[in-house]
Design a protein around this ligand. Structure first.
Ligand SMILES: Cc1cc2nc3c(=O)[nH]c(=O)nc-3n(C[C@H](O)[C@H](O)[C@H](O)COP(=O)(O)O)c2cc1C
Length: 375
């Protein structure tokens, strides 16, 4: 692991000065920097990566049908989400173990996110404990959410969730799509090389003995419960009195079950195409979930969002906000906090352009009438 002194950003250290104008511009430098098992882990998807290959282009397939002759001088991207006012709807998805990408780990990510007004969710497999994350967030005045992968022994999960709640998380993001990690071939070929030596401080009690099951027969992950159901939504909501956001919904009927069980919001997600190959892109199923539950709770979405037009399309389909996963890692690994900030600022700026160019002055004005699909 690189030491704090040894870590240097790529290029000049200023992504703007280095000509990074789109989110995709960061992918190659990140791939070069993280080359090997860590890049395989970040970039990879499940099995033949069919869902992954489709993810990014799927948003553009909807097409935007712009209005002209609109006064867009009063354009604003502000939203209110679960009672919290945010400058824009570009949020940062939970991703595990940021120490792999930068010695400042999630605290560095948080600084970049906060500078760009992007709400960050801390992964329960993060490299810092919720207590220190929450302390930095409080110093910065940054709102944040805590992601939860429940463990088979729920009391083990409650131990770090108690800390997260005491440290100021405004919501719990319960990931419900990962009873098994799925056939991540790249990681299996690397013999989980990317995971070697990785410590999950929230799960110190679980023990780090190597899994004796050979990779080709391994279905279960010792860190993840395989019995999570909607009962857990109610249990968490009752125990903590905080909004429970359910992450990993692809079907309207599951969204309904989640909301009926007490979900305060749902995130349409296929886990960055890392779990079930052949699952649909989120761009394809978002509308069905919106139609089922968006009148009752906010619907968020992630997966393959790389352009402001992708954000605009998701909002037109009825999402309240979007999250990005891999791009935040690209930014963190190359420029640290400045890279994370840059990613969010690019997406926000491109969203503003897309709104101006489609004639929408507020996020609420982004609706299905602006989409070519379905006409
Ligand atoms: C390297 C990596 C680690 C991830 N770790 C987590 C995690 O700890 N918890 C979780 O709920 N989702 C995790 N995800 C999924 C993301 O939260 C998100 O759903 C996905 O990355 C969105 O797709 P995108 O990468 O195309 O933006 C991870 C994704 C990646 C790429």
């Amino acid at each position: 692991m690189r030491s704090m002194q040894a870590w240097l950003p790529v290029g000049s250290g200023d992504p703007g000065a280095d000509g990074i104008v789109s989110v995709g511009d960061l992918e190659r430098p990140a791939a070069e920097r993280l080359a090997g098992p860590i890049w395989d882990y970040v970039a990879g998807g499940a099995a033949d990566e069919r869902t992954l290959s489709a993810a990014t282009g799927a948003w553009a397939e909807h097409g935007l049908l712009p209005h002209s002759m609109r006064d867009v001088s009063g354009l604003t991207t502000t939203i209110t989400l679960l009672g919290r006012s945010l400058e824009h709807p570009v949020l940062l998805a939970p991703t595990a173990t940021h120490i792999r990408y930068h010695p400042g780990a999630e605290l560095e990510t948080l600084r970049g996110a906060e500078a760009a007004g992007g709400l960050l969710t801390l992964s329960s497999l993060g490299s810092v404990v919720p207590r220190s994350f929450g302390a930095t967030a409080a110093e910065l005045g940054a709102p944040w959410w805590m992601q939860v992968y429940l463990q088979r022994d729920r009391s083990g999960s409650y131990a770090y969730l108690d800390d997260a709640v005491a440290a100021g998380t405004e919501a719990l993001v319960l990931t419900v799509d990962t009873p098994s990690l799925g056939a991540r071939d790249r990681d299996r070929r690397d013999s989980f090389g990317a995971a070697q030596g990785v410590v999950f401080p929230t799960l110190a009690h679980v023990g780090g003995e190597p899994d004796p099951v050979p990779a080709h027969r391994r279905v279960w992950n010792p860190h993840l419960a395989n019995d999570v159901t909607e009962r857990d939504i109610g249990d968490l909501a009752e125990r903590y009195g905080l909004p429970v956001i359910v992450k990993g919904i692809l079907r309207a009927d599951d969204a309904r079950r989640a909301v009926d069980a007490g979900a305060a919001a749902v995130i349409v997600s296929n886990h960055g195409a890392r779990n079930l190959d052949t699952a649909p892109t989120t761009a394809r199923v978002l509308a069905s979930v919106v139609d089922e539950v968006a009148r009752e709770v906010p619907v968020l979405v992630d997966g393959g969002i790389r352009r402001g037009t992708d954000v605009a399309t998701a909002l037109c389909l009825g999402a309240s906000a979007v999250l990005v996963g891999r791009p935040l890692i690209w930014g963190l690994a190359t420029y640290g906090a400045a890279g994370v900030q840059h990613v969010v600022e690019i997406l926000r700026t491109e969203l503003e352009m897309a709104m101006a160019l489609t004639g929408a002055t507020s996020v609420a004005e982004l609706d299905r009438d602006l989409l070519l699909s379905g006409r």
